[in-house]
Ligand binder design. Sequence first.
Ligand code: FMN
Length: 414
Amino acid sequence: MRCVDDFRLRFGKKELVPIVVGGMGVDISTAGLALEAARLGGIGHISDAMVKTVSDRRFQTKFVSEKLKLYKYNVANPDKSAVMFDLGHLAEATMRHVGATMEAKRGQGLIFINCMEKLTMNAPRDTLRVRLRAALDAGIDGITLAAGLHLGSFALMEDHPRFRDAKLGIIVSSRRALEIFLRKNARLNRLPDYVVIEGPLAGGHLGFSMDWAAYDLRTIVADIRDYLEAEHLDIPLIPAGGIFTGSDAVSYLEEDAAAVQVATRFTVTQECGLPPKVQQEYFKASESDIEVNQISPTGYPMRMLKNSPAIGAGIRPNCEAYGYLLDSNGKCAYITAYNREVAAHPEAKKLSVMDKTCLCTHMRNYDCWTCGHYAYRLKDTTRRLPDGSYQVLTAEHVFRDYQYSTDQKIALPA
Ligand SMILES: Cc1cc2nc3c(=O)[nH]c(=O)nc-3n(C[C@H](O)[C@H](O)[C@H](O)COP(=O)(O)O)c2cc1C
């Protein structure tokens, strides 16, 4: 019986353990977690979501309070179009986060950064250009383009000296999304180095509508493989979403996947950014405690624990401090929903907004507990401690379990 370690992900001459720990925004996939994956010979992701906040936490910079100071006058104004990002600060925050991570890298693996197009930041092109180029400048091994079609993202890097040497990949959830991406970028004569195919059971935002349950990862992978074969394109494919055991991973590797991308099992590791109390909520969850809802202002459905504090919270939008989801006109679906509730309940001291959430604030505070479909199985991956809590794992333990387990077994910690 084969295990994941019988396979290798090949990038040119480089051979890697075919396990990619996916990006988990706003520092859930910390540098520490990504570094462990790289040390063990796989690929780890950091994320550049709300990178100024991450820099403030990691390096005691003051980017967020400086931005808030600048735009404080606008806090009560429903029109957020004046709230812009300082591109110099954005570059500096990205360079610090990436630079410090790359400096700490040990071992044969790689560190990639997850870069979501949906973070439109009131100036989508300009901010994305800065984010991508600063990550390359700071020496990132690779960039995974996520949460969007990214039709113009390669062009934003095309004249960067590392455009052809850094690994560049994209996450898609359908053959059609990949087709459009490849067609749009054909003139650059530069294929993606890998394609992550994210199915409907993943954590975070889903590239499906609310009929996500009608889709299945294996079918999408086969469809994309057929398409690439017909086009004579050789691009490593990396399935993601619901790959919970080493055996699940092997089943894809045997079907010619180059690697697998996994995330949910790493949410309950010491290196993950989620606070210990939140990790216990992930462990405790049963299948009926998990839902896919539409509260994300991005418009993508998102899977999360139903008891996430983000659901129903009616806080004032914090765009002057954050504002990562403002579109190019300074609008966000949460602001609209919040103002509707304010108008409907002018006397209320505390509001509840059910249909949308202030995702920036709640992701920043670890109050939006997004997870993969199989989060309810996390309790089966560890032991109960005498006080009734679940033992948090090490990233190494989970990584090795994926790497060596067979027969659908999951190794419990010592
Ligand atoms: C807590 C959490 C946060 C996530 N955040 C992001 C993100 O910021 N960007 C992204 O592209 N994918 C995100 N994802 C998706 C993962 O990177 C990964 O592709 C997917 O969850 C893999 O499926 P699995 O969790 O079933 O292993 C997130 C997943 C989780 C569990």
